[in-house]
Design a protein around this ligand. Structure first.
Ligand SMILES: Cc1cc2nc3c(=O)[nH]c(=O)nc-3n(C[C@H](O)[C@H](O)[C@H](O)COP(=O)(O)OP(=O)(O)OC[C@H]3O[C@@H](n4cnc5c(N)ncnc54)[C@H](O)[C@@H]3O)c2cc1C
Length: 468
């Protein structure tokens, strides 16, 4: 991953806008650049584009979309930005949260109306931290379908997506102006392509353990359930070009990934009264803090595992989720009619398990939060028959990255934009502040699609007129 001098380099082929990465960011950027009249090409390392976007639930939160208005839901960009600020306790840049919140509604309308991406408003479930029903996604609630629909839209627009094109180096002038990219083909051959503007849409660095260890040591020993092709290339190139980075310790973790199946177990079973206990039978935190915060907490338990314990009632709620049904199919859900059975099927000591159940019952009886600050209602007290899944903590994706402005242009440390470099999604600084606690549901796909759209528009403008 190097920046090569462009001096004296002649490119046989030049495409005005080059996009690196065919996830939600890159595909949205390509559509926006094409809409603005630019010729655009997408270079993608994988043979089939199925990155983080395909691994996600495919839901994009948006305020004031046409679908939201039709459903009579009261919402506003300001309220949405406030929700993001609350989740991060003010550690994410408020101005950028507002930029994205304002973009979000028109973004959804544009994807549906202009590009035929079939999105629905999710009205069955209010995601924690969101003040209004604002999740828009495919009917299947899968990121795989979202990515397929974006790829289909890009194909309809006649935009080339070159797969098996792993970009290794960028060509640039001394002032940071990118002139082209060099990529390796599956047969090992190197090819180069010139450009007038470049969009970095190659996501974050979850797949580069050395970078994770450097920037987010607390999650470096946990499993990475993200896309392993997210090797931090955008940050590496950006830094070499003099770009600023921020919030490099921000990430989306998960504290309940079925072990060893590597499938996330929905946190909905926790919200129904479920608990996490170590293999010694002890709870270790307030599970209601959220799933992202629990990635590192679970990874720090003996053996790096915990048991997610819930009951048949919570299981019914879990079965609404695709991943949960997959976990069930794989036989990962242990069943028990009594606490003694539960101890037997999990190997967790019965006395420790009983003590935890007694402590929760006592907290409910006293109407006080438990020793971790979690408040259970009487209805949430787990009842037999019980269920248990062995889980580990995991890293999903990183949220720190290149600092960009409200046009998705990459900034230097002094705040000035690099001449013709844009970024969005996992490649750029996200909206989750620092650490694992600022992730609000949708904070992955929203910066991907909203900044992707802005990045594509900026790239088209710069390719046509030069930077201003
Ligand atoms: C398990 C999981 C669950 C998630 N759930 C949610 C969720 O429910 N809601 C949400 O909002 N977010 C979620 N996220 C986060 C969300 O998926 C990402 O933030 C978002 O998809 C990022 O989009 P992207 O286009 O930036 O990255 P990606 O979709 O990863 O696309 C980047 C692409 O760039 C390619 N690439 C990388 N380097 C190069 C290179 N050098 N040359 C060429 N190509 C390259 C990669 O192969 C990849 O295809 C989840 C993530 C994971 C891993």
């Amino acid at each position: 991953m190097a920046i090569l001098s462009a001096t004296g380099v002649e490119f046989e082929v030049e495409i005005p806008v080059v996009v690196i990465g065919a996830g939600a960011t890159g595909l949205t950027a390509a559509l926006a650049a094409h809409d603005a009249g630019a010729e655009v090409i997408v270079l993608e390392r994988d043979p089939v584009p199925t990155g983080s976007t395909s691994l996600s639930a495919g839901l994009i939160p948006a305020a004031n979309s046409r679908l939201q208005r039709a459903a009579g839901i009261a919402d506003s960009p300001e309220l949405f930005a406030e929700d993001m600020a609350n989740k991060t306790h003010g550690t994410a840049p408020r101005d950028m949260a507002l930029v994205v919140a304002r973009e979000s509604g028109p973004l959804i309308d544009w994807l549906i109306d202009r590009h035929g991406v079939k999105l629905q408003l999710v009205t069955s479930f209010l995601y924690p931290g969101h003040s209004a029903l604002r999740m828009h996604g495919p009917a299947s609630l899968t990121g795989a379908d979202l990515q397929q629909m974006l790829l289909a839209a890009v194909a309809r627009a006649g935009i080339d997506v070159v797969t098996g094109a792993s970009v290794e180096d960028l060509y640039a002038d001394a002032d940071g102006r990118v002139r082209g990219a060099r990529f390796r083909r599956p047969d090992g051959m190197l090819e180069s392509l010139g450009c007038k503007a470049l969009v970095l849409a190659s996501c974050g660095f979850a797949g580069d353990n050395a970078m994770v260890r450097q920037f987010i040591p607390e999650i470096a020993d946990a499993e990475c359930c993200g896309h392993m092709s997210n090797t931090g290339d955008a940050v590496k190139w950006g830094l070499a070009l003099g770009a600023a980075v921020a919030d490099m310790d921000a990430y989306q973790g998960h504290g309940s990934v079925a072990h060893p199946h590597s499938l996330p177990l929905t946190w909905a079973v926790i919200t129904q009264g479920g608990i996490l206990v170590s293999r010694d039978g002890q709870r270790f935190s307030n599970e209601m803090l959220g799933y992202s915060e629990h990635g590192a907490r679970v990874a720090a338990q003996p053996g790096g595992i915990a048991w997610d314990i819930f009951d048949a009632r919570a299981e019914t709620v879990g079965m609404e989720f695709h991943d949960f049904r997959e976990v069930a199919k794989l036989g990962a859900i242990k069943r028990a009619d009594t606490l003694a059975d539960l101890a037997a099927v999990t190997g967790v000591p019965l006395d420790a398990l009983t003590a935890e159940f007694d402590a929760i019952a006592a907290a409910v009886a006293s109407a006080e939060p438990d020793r971790f600050g979690r408040s259970f209602t009487a209805a949430q007290i787990l009842q037999p028959p019980y269920r248990a899944v062995k889980v580990n903590g995991a890293l999903f994706h990183t949220q720190g990255g290149l600092v960009i402005n409200d046009q998705a242009r990459v900034l230097r440390a002094d705040g000035t934009p690099l001449p013709n470099l844009m970024a969005g999604g996992g490649a750029a600084r996200g909206l989750s502040g620092t650490g694992s606690g600022g992730y609000l549901a949708g904070n992955g796909l929203l910066p991907a699609t909203a900044f992707g759209r802005l990045a594509g528009a900026s790239a088209a403008r710069i390719a046509a007129t030069g930077p201003v």
